[in-house]
Design a protein around this ligand. Structure first.
Ligand SMILES: Nc1ncnc2c1ncn2[C@@H]1O[C@H](COP(=O)(O)OP(=O)(O)O)[C@@H](O)[C@H]1O
Ligand SMILES: [Mg+2]
Length: 226
């Protein structure tokens, strides 16, 4: 599903974020990518969605070489990979319903499809009863659920979440992890990027550990050991 082949990312000659990283993620997997701050996790995530080009190496998504993707092809890639990044904020002046709708509108989806999909994704994240609230009227965990709902509107094959529980307490973190597991259970490949060892240790799924831009370990039911 996603193949990274010998990926190196050099931002500046004195800032090498990734060094010769190769990995394969198969359809249906739930993979965690862990490591300390500065290990290269976010850079790897950005390369997977063609938000950053690698300096060397090749990225294949479903057999599609996105290493030299054209800008007009990026919307097609984003439909295949739902993305949750910490700085992908909700629009404060729009309701929950409108925030999710907006993601479909900018992609040019017809109104009929919007009316069908938005209630579906709000139900998946358990917010169908709060569709008309504004972000300030929601808890942090609920806001993150809206972000997840928004990432699902194109029914992506892959969901990539970079520190989705970064600002949440233990209870909300647990709920978000349950939700990611549920989404994976329905067949979506989930790639979770986090520095939170407790979150990953509880999963008993594949864990890839990055250190100083290199793969330190890749364990089938691994624990995060740093
Ligand atoms: N846009 C950038 N320009 C220059 N250096 C960067 C940039 N983004 C990240 N880096 C550097 O690349 C390294 C890896 O960063 P990052 O991928 O954000 O790691 P992580 O997500 O694991 O904390 C760090 O040394 C960071 O300072
Ligand atoms: Mg990061």
């Amino acid at each position: 599903m996603i193949h990274l082949e010998h990926i190196t990312k050099i931002y500046h000659p004195d800032s090498v974020a990734l060094q010769d990283v190769s990995l394969k993620i198969e359809a249906g997997e739930f993979v965690s990518i862990v490591g300390q701050s500065g290990a290269g996790k976010t850079t790897l995530a950005k390369i997977m969605i063609a938000e950053e080009p690698p300096t060397h190496g090749r990225v294949l998504v479903g057999g599609w070489d996105i290493t030299r993707i054209r800008s007009h092809e990026i919307p097609e890639l984003r439909r295949q990979i739902g993305v949750i990044f910490q700085d992908y904020k909700l629009l404060q002046k729009k309701t929950v319903y409108e925030n999710v709708t907006f993601a479909l509108e900018v992609a040019g989806a017809p109104q009929k499809r919007i009316r069908e999909i938005v209630p579906q994704v709000l139900k998946i994240v358990g917010l169908e009863g709060k569709a008309h609230r504004f972000p300030v009227q929601l808890s942090g965990g609920e806001q993150q659920r809206v972000v997840i709902a928004r990432s699902l509107v194109h029914r992506p094959k892959i969901l990539l979440a970079d520190e989705p529980t970064g600002n949440l307490d233990t209870m909300n973190t647990h709920d978000i992890m349950e939700l990611l597991l549920k989404i994976n259970h329905f067949g979506t490949t989930v790639i979770l990027v986090t520095h939170n060892r407790e979150v990953v240790n509880g999963l008993r799924r594949r864990v890839i550990t990055l250190k100083d831009g290199k793969i330190l370990s890749d364990l089938a039911q691994g624990k995060y050991v740093l």
